[in-house]
Write a protein that binds this ligand. Structure first.
Ligand code: COA
Length: 378
């Protein structure tokens, strides 16, 4: 195998959903630049775009928003699973298990028809925030908070988490963060979802597998590691020495580097703006200033740019969200991208089954157990 592995540069699907220009730092959903969507759109509208291929008309958006709001409540069984896991499962373990178990009662669980998949996608987008908020409240010994159907997706999640309706800037920030994480071409978790879908397995199985892939620190798990890095460094003055020491030890600086972007990740540019804005309103402005100094140090030392996870860490922290929920929130947002890729895969499917290059021993005769190890002893 001449290449570096990791399927770098290999095209595994033709997709209408999302494209990245890694040299120019451009991200597009269904033809629309993510900068325009972050500025003018909402998560609900972006979900419709990603699932249906076009921005909704006003009546379409009304109907979709209503459908999402009406689908937020959990079945009794899923609620029980979440409650049971609240005391002993970590957030991503809980989410992986709860999403998997949510299929048990899904009326469309045995159908991969496009309509059934749209319904399941809508329900999963709606329910995942309820799962995360319920879990977080239960593990803190608090009663879960019912969704408020009059609130948009982002604001409703923040209210279900804290019990308080968020202010305008918190709600807008979180809505934009959800938009920015909604899809990202053929990343590891999306590829996982498509591989699972390509066996004609179901939506819930594909999303469950994708959550498992997202959990790793080289993928979605990086946002939590960024917050831990900020806490470990502790002050702006310590940034330069600490970054140099970590790089000397050949450690990876979480939130930097990307398989596709060789320049600034456009999502990081937008999140940096929000982190800066929230820092200015906060009594802890140092999380942002420390982040900015780390960015300068890593660019200078290594020529690596921040990715989406870097400024999402301080942004979520400023919104009062615990570090352990950062990756579940990534999943909550990315579920729409995963679901759209599952639908696209099912619409023109061929089993994804690549090959490997065998580098093991050449063919050899079977050795009876009594005779094994004799060569080594001789
Ligand atoms: C995202 C990531 C896995 C992509 O990596 P990739 O395309 O597979 O690139 P490689 O792992 O082959 O790395 C290429 C080189 O850059 C270095 N590198 C990449 N990211 C780095 C980072 N965050 N910190 C330090 N060095 C890094 C590697 O050590 C390697 O150096 P080498 O050639 O001297 O061995 C990688 O950049 C990374 O680990 N980043 C940190 C985790 C993260 O933020 N993930 C979220 C991505 S959105």
């Amino acid at each position: 195998m001449a290449d570096k592995g990791g399927l770098e540069g290999v095209v595994v699907a033709r997709s209408r959903l999302c494209s990245i220009d890694g040299q120019k730092g451009v991200l597009i959903y269904g033809g629309y630049d993510v900068n325009d969507l972050a500025e003018h759109s909402t998560y609900e509208e972006v979900c419709f775009l990603i699932l249906r291929g076009n921005l909704p008309t006003a009546p379409e958006l009304d109907a979709f928003t209503r459908e999402l709001a009406e689908s937020r409540a959990l079945s009794e069984e899923t609620a029980q699973v979440v409650d049971m896991l609240a005391d002993h499962a970590e957030p991503m373990e809980m989410l992986r298990t709860a999403v998997s178990s949510d299929s048990f009662d899904d009326p469309d669980k045995n159908s991969n028809a496009e309509d059934a998949n749209f319904r399941k996608a809508t329900r999963l987008i709606a329910k995942m925030p309820t799962i995360v908020a319920r879990y977080d409240r239960r593990r803190h010994g608090l009663e879960p908070i019912e969704s408020d159907p009059s609130l948009p997706h982002a604001a409703n999640f923040l209210r279900m988490l804290s019990g308080e309706e968020p202010g305008q800037s918190a709600a807008k920030t979180f809505d934009v963060a959800l938009i920015l994480h909604a899809d990202h071409e053929m990343n590891a978790s999306t590829f996982t979802a498509r591989v699972i879908a390509s066996t004609l397995s179901d939506m819930h199985s594909a999303i469950t597998g994708a959550i498992g892939a997202l959990k790793g620190p080289l993928h979605g798990g990086a946002n939590e590691q960024v917050m831990k890095l900020l806490e470990a460094i502790g002050s702006e003055d310590a940034v330069d020495a600490e970054i140099r020491a970590r790089l000397d030890r050949k450690e990876r600086i979480m939130g930097f580097g990307h398989r596709v972007y060789k320049t600034y990740d456009p999502r990081a540019v937008i999140l940096k703006r929000f982190s800066r804005m929230l820092a200015a309103e906060s009594s802890e402005p140092y999380w942002f200033s420390m982040s900015e100094k780390i960015e300068q140090a890593v660019i200078a030392e290594k020529g690596l740019y921040p990715n989406v996870d870097f400024y999402s860490a301080s942004t979520y922290h400023y919104l009062g969200i615990e570090t352990g929920l950062f990756t579940p929130i990534f999943a909550m947002s990315r579920v729409v991208g995963w679901a759209a890729h599952v639908i696209e895969q099912h619409s023109d499917n061929r089993l994804i089954r690549p090959s490997s290059e065998y580098v093991g021993p050449p063919p050899r005769p079977y050795v009876p157990i009594e005779a094994r190890g004799q060569d080594a002893a001789a």
